[in-house]
Design a protein around this ligand. Structure first.
Ligand code: FAD
Length: 474
């Protein structure tokens, strides 16, 4: 009978977590999460920004507290430490005379380097066992070797759809092995780790305050599929901007591993069995395939995923973009939403990313770094992979991935309700195109934007074009 350490990373759940199904012969079990101290260090693009911003840290802590509750119910517990994950796990393994360390495999180069270092730090009797988890497919289920990963998503999807088999999720264990004698346990209160994160709340303008943890993930899944039936219309609503149910909002729970892609897949299939499959239910799985694609692409890219090592210094345009003060309402509204709620719709992410890179001439890595700081659902593969994709570099490079922000704004927010929601000064303008070009509609009150790309020309309204400003200011 042996002692095992389950080292949790982005897999903060007990259901469908293979780490908890690989414990045969384990007499004593310690479950550990280590917050890498580098996550809290000041980082680009603004010197005051840490890699992990307050919104994500708060969500993470909620998830850890919820996980501890689940583990305690099963006779186990959780230890949370902050520092160098390799040093902490190696030291604990030595102290507990552990025989195994189980950990989820992750594609990020830092996470991979950690496993390599840990292999050398553990004493000979202790075996490090990486386990696959969280995605739709495991490596062995892919119909090609990883170094033959198709260079475009469409080709990837076509290859998989030939022989589509997603494994059913595993139930949570009923009980877990005893906590090792004398092993430390518990987690530090968040206000001691980061007072800003403990005090962080989403802005009142946010439509959904997402809370970390497996139970909250389950509740969102139930709400989106069974209670609201929103999944039935996902394909037509998913490009929405305002409200809580235009898309699934599963991303924060998937990113922290409070939910697995296989659990979403199984639930969608159960919904289809009752309501019938349609294009919308298929499209939820289609989007999860994107997540798998970026995950496997990250394995291949290694450190190249993040571009060159040294980041350029942020300039005034970047700061304006981060703050949401570029003068372009569609961009500024989205950046305010991101900064004050920790989440952003896919449509808005694509537009702000394209605007930074293609219209402002900014460096995509600084944009990706700002997203990393702000997003509750930050996921290395999806974030840096999508940024590369929008910037048109790396795999499947295409220069024509340009979003005409003014056209997109007019199309996806025709009344200007989204921009006026996040930028209340625009409520003084009538609904419609003027809210997207306030510098044309009310030049005395709204400054010209940082840039007006030539591609916007055909979407511009005429200056002062007879638009009568309304509202209390006028
Ligand atoms: C520049 C940029 C950065 C991004 N950064 C992240 C990130 O850090 N973390 C993250 O989870 N997603 C990221 N995305 C992808 C996507 O925008 C979010 O997954 C999605 O908006 C989350 O909302 P949802 O859960 O309601 O998504 P839904 O539309 O309901 O989709 C369901 C699920 O499919 C997956 N998914 C959907 N679109 C994508 C996509 N393009 N790439 C990968 N997975 C996808 C997500 O897991 C999502 O939860 C990024 C997109 C862009 C353009």
């Amino acid at each position: 009978m042996s002692t095992t350490i389950v080292w949790l990373r982005h897999d903060l759940r007990v259901s469908d977590n293979p780490l908890f199904s690989s414990l045969e012969g384990t007499a004593a079990l310690a479950c550990v999460y280590v917050l890498d101290a580098r996550e809290l260090r000041q980082w680009a693009p603004e010197q005051s920004a840490s890699r992990c911003g307050p919104a994500r840290l708060r969500f993470l802590w909620q998830s850890l507290m919820a996980l501890r509750g689940e583990l305690l119910k099963r006779g186990s517990d959780l230890l949370v430490r902050i520092g160098d994950p390799v040093d902490i796990i190696a030291e604990l393994a030595l102290r507990l005379q552990a025989d195994h360390v189980l950990v989820r495999e992750e594609p990020g180069p830092e996470e991979r380097a950690q496993l390599e270092r840990l292999t050398h730090s553990l004493d000979q009797r202790c075996r490090l066992q990486p386990v696959e988890s969280g995605m739709l497919f495991e490596r062995g289920q892919l119909p090609f070797a990883l170094d033959e990963l198709p260079s475009s998503f469409s080709a990837f999807r076509r290859r998989l759809e030939h022989d589509w088999q997603v494994t059913d999720p595993r139930p949570a264990p009923l009980t877990l092995p005893l906590w090792p004698d004398g092993a430390p346990r518990g987690l530090p209160p968040l206000d001691q780790v980061c007072p800003r994160a403990a005090a962080w709340r989403p802005s009142d303008a946010t439509s959904l305050d997402m809370q970390g943890g497996e139970e909250a993930a389950r509740a969102r899944l139930d709400h989106y599929l069974w209670d609201s039936n929103a999944v039935a219309t996902y394909k037509t609503t998913r490009n929405g901007l305002l409200g809580a149910d235009f898309s699934t909002r599963f991303s924060p729970w998937l990113a922290h591993g409070c939910l697995s892609a296989r659990q979403v897949h199984a639930e969608v299939r159960a919904w289809e069995a009752e309501h019938g499959a349609n294009a919308s239910s298929y499209w939820v799985i289609f989007e999860l395939l994107w997540r798998d694609y970026f995950y496997w692409a990250a394995w291949q890219e290694g450190a190249a995923l993040f571009g060159a090592e040294t980041l350029p210094a942020p300039d005034a345009n970047l700061v304006a973009w981060c703050e949401g003060s570029t003068g372009v309402p569609f961009i500024d509204a989205a950046m305010r939403e991101l900064g004050t709620s920790g989440w952003l719709s896919n449509r808005a992410r694509q537009n702000v990313a394209s605007f930074l890179v293609k219209d402002l001439g900014g460096d995509w890595r600084l944009g990706a770094a700002w997203f990393e700081h702000c997003l509750i659902d930050y996921d290395a593969s999806s974030n840096w992979g999508n940024w590369r994709y929008v910037a048109g570099i790396g795999r499947d490079p295409r220069q024509h991935r340009y979003f005409n922000v003014l056209k997109q704004a007019r199309h996806y927010d025709p009344q200007g309700d989204y921009v006026a929601h996040w930028l209340p000064a625009l409520q003084t303008l009538p609904q419609g195109a003027s809210r997207h070009q306030p510098w044309q509609a009310a030049p005395a009150r709204f400054a010209a934007p940082l840039v007006e790309p030539p591609a916007w020309r055909e979407w511009r309204i005429p200056a002062l074009g007879g638009v009568e400003p309304v509202g209390p200011d006028e």
